[in-house]
Design a binder for this molecule. Structure first.
Ligand SMILES: [Zn+2]
Length: 102
């Protein structure tokens, strides 16, 4: 039996809606935080993953959408990661840029 929230059809729709929300967030900065909130809500409810490229666009602590004024991006050669420092809550979000394990 398929769990209600695991329905592939619903998950497909959810993935499409998340895609639309993040595209809209990019186009409408004034509503971006709202779109991130909605996308996360859909993802959680229907148990779908937010694609990595979208995950990198908002803070994982306060969930504010990043733009040039709300984030400081730098690379850390030591940890081989790109660091996104949220200027709203000061949380540092790290994303590895190397898949190789040394
Ligand atoms: Zn933050």
């Amino acid at each position: 039996m398929i769990h209600r929230n695991q329905d592939p059809k619903l998950q497909q729709i959810a993935a499409e809606r998340i895609d639309i929300l993040f595209r809209e967030a990019k186009l409408n900065p004034e509503y971006a935080n709202r779109y991130v909130f909605l996308a996360r809500k859909i993802a959680m409810k229907l148990n779908v993953k937010i694609p990595k490229e979208y995950k990198m666009r908002y803070c994982h602590k306060c969930y504010k959408y990043f733009n040039s004024k709300t984030v400081a991006v730098r690379t850390n050669a030591k940890t081989k990661a790109v660091e996104y420092k949220c200027l709203n809550c000061k949380h540092v979000n790290r994303y590895g840029y190397s898949k190789e394990k040394s």
